[in-house]
Design a protein. Structure first.
Ligand code: HEC
Ligand code: HEC
Length: 377
């Protein structure tokens, strides 16, 4: 069952970490490349699609120390992630030299964003979606960093995180791409998987808690505060349980406005925020060609028949009864059609991702907000 497996994953991670000589070995093999200076205007677009402000706050200054975990009244500030793993506040990523990242080099920022490595060598908690951003191109990440340099510095000292145990080690990942695809399905797959991270909400988790790539985007639930959850529906081209009956125009329109076809009400909650995170923006900033590319990609993935279900009755003790989702998922039978645009992930990276997913589920039971919790519904 899920929680048992989680314990094992965490346990293995612990073991692995003890065997490591030093933090330098925690991260991907590739060093930060020598990149051309970025373009802040393009970087703003990457930041909006990457949803940085959804966690770091509209002012990007991270969680405000002393504020409650849910702090709608302090709207510009970011989120505190808390749960059985401890607490991990979103950090101050403004250029403030004392409390933000103003003294970091571009390379250090890129390492944090794509490999989760901090300048002092420690590994970021993978709620920070570096396992997604790892696959962001050199150009996009340097544009992003160039934009981060331009935002107003905000003095806000975010408290240290407080983890209850060590993180599983991050094994070597494939090198990050130099170039992002510029058009077509590849562009759409890149944006969906390496920048926006649609699968962070829409892909089911396997029994280990890692994203189940054989059911990519087939729908799942996203834990929110106080044991609530949101259903992120099946967005594969399955005609009955997915969005197979939506036209391309329908999908493009949804991505840019949140409005659904067939007289359905507009999206709300997390998806609304993914689309229109104010005042920066989200998917509503998509260029026409990028909206078309994501749409083409969505229409190209294997249709999967699945209706995403809520996680069962609230807060059952983890050991009480297996969750309906704990049924063993089929061995990762990845259809060949999926391979070319599915991003390469190593087994252990999946374990690390699994830790986040699994904790998300645990947290749902514990009634604590996690994972792209947004401020408003
Ligand atoms: C789902 C929430 C989430 C999103 C989305 C997110 N972050 Fe983070 N980020 C975090 C958390 C939480 C931490 C702190 C992790 C820890 O304490 O180990 C963090 C840490 C960081 C750090 C390290 C800062 C430091 O002082 O150590 C940087 C840099 C960063 N994020 C940049 C970004 C950028 C740029 C984006 C968008 C492309 C982004 N983040 C999107 C949650 C998020
Ligand atoms: C932070 C979580 C999250 C992310 C990231 C996310 N979504 Fe969603 N999405 C949701 C939720 C939750 C809903 C349901 C909204 C509702 O029911 O009002 C949704 C709804 C949708 C719908 C409408 C489906 C239907 O049957 O009505 C589509 C299409 C969609 N998302 C596509 C995407 C795409 C494409 C991406 C990436 C580019 C993406 N989403 C990223 C959470 C997310």
């Amino acid at each position: 069952m899920r929680f048992g497996v989680v314990a094992i994953v965490v346990g293995l991670g612990l073991l692995g970490l003890c065997q490591l000589a030093g933090p330098a070995r925690l991260v991907a093999a590739e060093g930060a490349p020598n990149l051309a200076p970025g373009d802040p205007q393009r970087g703003k677009y990457v930041l909006e699609l990457g949803q940085c402000a959804g966690c770091h706050g509209q002012n990007l200054a991270g969680w405000r120390a002393g504020g409650p975990p849910e702090q709608p009244e302090s709207a510009p500030f970011g989120e505190l992630f808390a749960g059985p793993f401890g607490t991990a506040p979103a950090r101050n990523i403004t250029p403030d030299r004392e409390t933000g990242v103003g003294s970091w080099t571009d390379e250090q920022l890129i390492e944090a964003i794509r490999n989760g490595r901090e300048p002092k060598g420690s590994q970021l908690f993978p709620i920070m979606p570096y396992l997604t951003f790892h696959f962001m191109s050199d150009q996009d990440v340097s544009d992003l960093v160039a934009f981060l340099r331009t935002v107003p510095p905000v003095g806000n000292r975010v408290p240290e995180r407080n983890l209850t145990g060590p993180l599983p080690p991050l094994p070597p990942l494939p090198p990050s791409p130099a170039q992002a695809p510029t058009s077509g399905l590849d562009r759409g797959g890149y944006l969906a998987n390496a920048v926006v991270g649609c699968g962070d909400c829409h892909t089911p988790l396997s029994t280990s808690g890692a994203p189940d790539r054989s059911r990519q985007l087939a729908g799942w639930f996203v834990p929110r505060a106080e044991g609530r959850f949101e259903i992120a529906p099946n967005i594969t081209p399955d005609p009955t349980t997915g969005i197979g009956r939506w036209s391309s125009e329908d999908i493009i329109h949804l991505l840019k406005t949140g409005e659904r076809p067939f007289g359905l009400p507009p999206v709300k909650g997390l998806m609304k925020l993914v689309i229109e995170e104010p005042p920066l923006g989200g998917l509503n900033q998509l260029t026409d060609s990028d909206a078309q590319a994501i749409t083409a990609y969505l229409r190209s993935i294997p249709p999967i028949s699945n209706v995403a279900q809520p996680p069962g009755p609230p807060a059952p003790p983890p050991q009480a009864q297996p969750s309906p989702f704990a049924a063993p998922s089929p061995a990762p039978a990845v259809q060949p059609a999926q391979v070319p645009r599915a991003l390469p992930r190593t087994g252990s990276a999946l374990e690390l991702a699994g830790l986040v997913g699994a904790l998300g589920v645990t947290l749902a039971a514990g009634g604590v907000a996690i994972h792209r919790r947004r401020r408003r519904d």
